[in-house]
Design a protein around this ligand. Structure first.
Ligand code: BV8
Length: 272
C-alpha cells in the first residue's frame, strides 16, 4: 500500500487506461458540501445520540418523533447544500467514459442526492434515499411535502411522523436502510457485479466500517484490480488498498478526472 497526497504517474496511468471504473462513496464525499459525516458528533436535539443509535428501527419505535425529526432536518440540510468538486469530477469522468464507450459505475452508501445533482447516474444507493418514504405497516410509498426546517439550525422541538395515508395503521418512515436491516439486494448485487468487472476501483469518503457495503471494494482483490482510496485519514480499508490518496475528495477526485481525460498530472500538457 502506497500513501500519497497527490496522484503519481502510476495512478494517472490507471485512470487514463481504465475503460470500466467503479467508484464507491461514503459520507466523506459530501462533507465538503457541508453535510456532516456519520461519525461526526450530533448537535441540538440529538447531541446525546450517535447516528448509529438513531438509524435503527428500535430507535424509531422507541421515540418516533425524535428519529423522524432527525431525518426531516437532515433532508432540509441536504436540500440547502450543493454538490462539491468531488461529486462533479465523478459525474464528468462518467460522462467522458460513456462517450468513449466505457462506463463508470457510482455505488454510494449515502442517502443524499448530491451525485445526481452533480449530473452523475448512480448505479446503487446501498442504504436507500432520505427523500423516499414508506409505511411501517403496509410498506406503501408516501409522498410528502418538503420539510420547512432551516437545515443549518437544528429544530427546537420534534414533530411526529404522519400516519400512513393508505392503511391508516402504520407510521410513515424514511426509506433508508437502518442498522440491522437488509440492504436492497438488487442494488447490492449490481454493485458487486460492477466492482468485479472494473479495471479500476476508487473508494472515496468512507471509513469502511459499515458492512456489508465496506466489503464491496475487496471483491477487486479477486482479479488484482487496482484499488485506490481517497480519504484524509486511514480507514478500515486502507491496508487492502494499492494506493491511499490522503486528502479531501474535492481536491483529489478532480486530479483523477484530469488524468482520465487528459492523461497526465494536473497542469502538465499531454504529449501528442
Ligand atoms: C445488515 C442509512 C444484516 C441510514 C446507513 C450488530 C447488529 C446488527 C448489525 C450489525 C451488528 N454489528 C455489525 C452489524 C452490521 C452493521 C454494521 O456494519 N455496523 C457497523 C456499525 C459495525 N450493518 C448493518 O446493520 C447493515 N445491515 O447487516 O443487515 C441482516 C442480514 C440478514 C437479515 C437482516 C439483517 C445495514 C447498514 C446500513 C446502515 N445505514 N445509512 C442513515 O443514513 O441515516 S449507514 C450510514 O453509516 C451511512 O449511510 C454511511 O454509509 C455509514 C457511515 O459510513 P461512512 O459513509 O463511511 O461515513 P463515516 O462517517 O463512517 O466516515 C466518513 C469518512 O469520510 C471518514 O473516513 C472520513 O475520514 C472521511 N472524510 C471526511 N471528510 C472527507 C472524507 N473523505 C474524503 N474527503 C473529505 N473531504
Amino acid at each position: 500500500m502506497k500513501v500519497l497526497t497527490t496522484i503519481d504517474d502510476e495512478v494517472s496511468a490507471w485512470a487514463q487506461r481504465a475503460r470500466r471504473v467503479a467508484v464507491l462513496t461514503g459520507a466523506g464525499i459530501s462533507a465538503e458540501s457541508g453535510v456532516p459525516t456519520f461519525r461526526e458528533v450530533q448537535t441540538g436535539l440529538w447531541e446525546r445520540f450517535s447516528a448509529e443509535d438513531l438509524a435503527t428501527e428500535e430507535a424509531f419505535h422507541l421515540d418516533p418523533a425524535r428519529v423522524w425529526t432527525w431525518y426531516r432536518w437532515r433532508q432540509s440540510l441536504i436540500r440547502e447544500v450543493a454538490p462539491n468538486p468531488g461529486h462533479t469530477a465523478i459525474a464528468q469522468w462518467q460522462r467522458h467514459l460513456t462517450e468513449a464507450g466505457g462506463r463508470l459505475d457510482v455505488i454510494t452508501q449515502n442517502v443524499d442526492d448530491l451525485h445526481e445533482r452533480a449530473g452523475a447516474e448512480v448505479l446503487a444507493h446501498l442504504h436507500g434515499s432520505i427523500f423516499a418514504f414508506h409505511c411501517t405497516a403496509c410498506s406503501a410509498p408516501a409522498e410528502l411535502p418538503e420539510p420547512d426546517y432551516d437545515g443549518f439550525t437544528p429544530p427546537e422541538q420534534t414533530e411526529s411522523p404522519p400516519s400512513c395515508p393508505v392503511c391508516g395503521e402504520g407510521m410513515v418512515r424514511p426509506s433508508v436502510v437502518w442498522f440491522g436491516e437488509m440492504l436492497p439486494m438488487d442494488a447490492f448485487d449490481a454493485a458487486a457485479e460492477a466492482v468485479r468487472a472494473a479495471e479500476l476501483i476508487v473508494v472515496a469518503g468512507t471509513s469502511g466500517i459499515v458492512q456489508p457495503a465496506a466489503s464491496l471494494p475487496l471483491l477487486g482483490l479477486e482479479r488484482g484490480t487496482p484499488l485506490v482510496e481517497v480519504n484524509p485519514e486511514a480507514t478500515e480499508l486502507s491496508e487492502a488498498m494499492d494506493v491511499c490518496l490522503r486528502g479531501p475528495s474535492g481536491q483529489l477526485l478532480p486530479q483523477l478526472l484530469h488524468a482520465a481525460t487528459w492523461g497526465g498530472q494536473p497542469g502538465r500538457t499531454t504529449t501528442a
